[in-house]
Write a protein of this length. Structure first.
Length: 200
């Protein structure tokens, strides 16, 4: 059934990718990657513009996924998505929400799990949009750049892309956590210095 939907959207080209990317951030369980790639194979010279269309659709769908999570809660997640996806995403959110969104933009876990879960957990919608913008840009444009530079030959790289994406996501997530730890240490040091000055 899902393949039928993807085939139908493919007939609409970039508009179909926009719709798919929008739904990918809201409820559709098949990532937009699976439409972006075949369209990029057919039109490698348009791969970057396709990436832009997909990216825009994903960003516009992000706040809607958030509102669904805020309004309907986890029940909608368990009704439409795999339990192990939800549990993995929940674990990532509990550790560090911002890093979870960055890493989640690259993992095989569908992105709508993160948008809806952010709403369920009352995560800041502005932070969700910011980190979704960073993570989704990298994912869409990595695919777009590969096909733009290598043409149809990039198809042979598709199998290894999931490992590249996961690696990028992990690096971004770790980098964010390190920056946050350094910032927290500086804040604690500043507070302790202020307390010492006040006590004097």
């Amino acid at each position: 059934m899902f393949q039928t939907v993807i085939d139908f959207l493919m007939d609409f080209g970039s508009l179909g990718l926009f719709i798919h990317s929008f739904m990918d951030a809201v409820i559709f369980p098949i990532p937009a990657f699976f439409l972006q790639v075949p369209l990029s194979i057919i039109h490698p010279s348009s791969a970057l513009s396709l990436a832009s269309v997909g990216y825009l659709g994903s960003l516009l769908g992000t706040p809607l996924g958030y509102l669904i999570g805020k309004g309907l809660g986890k029940s909608v997640l368990y009704k439409f998505l795999k339990k192990d996806w939800i549990e993995k995403a929940s674990t990532m959110f509990n550790r560090n929400g911002e890093a979870a969104i960055l890493v989640g933009a690259f993992t095989p876990i569908p992105f709508k799990v993160f948008t809806i879960l952010a709403g369920c957990l009352n995560f800041s919608v502005w932070k969700l949009i910011l980190y979704a913008a960073l993570g989704r840009a990298a994912k869409f444009y990595v695919v777009g750049a590969l096909f733009y530079m290598y043409g149809r030959a990039a198809e042979s790289m598709i199998d290894s892309l999931k490992y590249i994406f996961l690696g990028i996501g992990v690096v971004l997530g770790i980098g964010f956590i390190v920056v946050k730890i350094i910032k927290n240490k500086k804040d604690l040091k500043r507070k302790s210095e202020q307390q010492l000055e006040q006590s004097e």
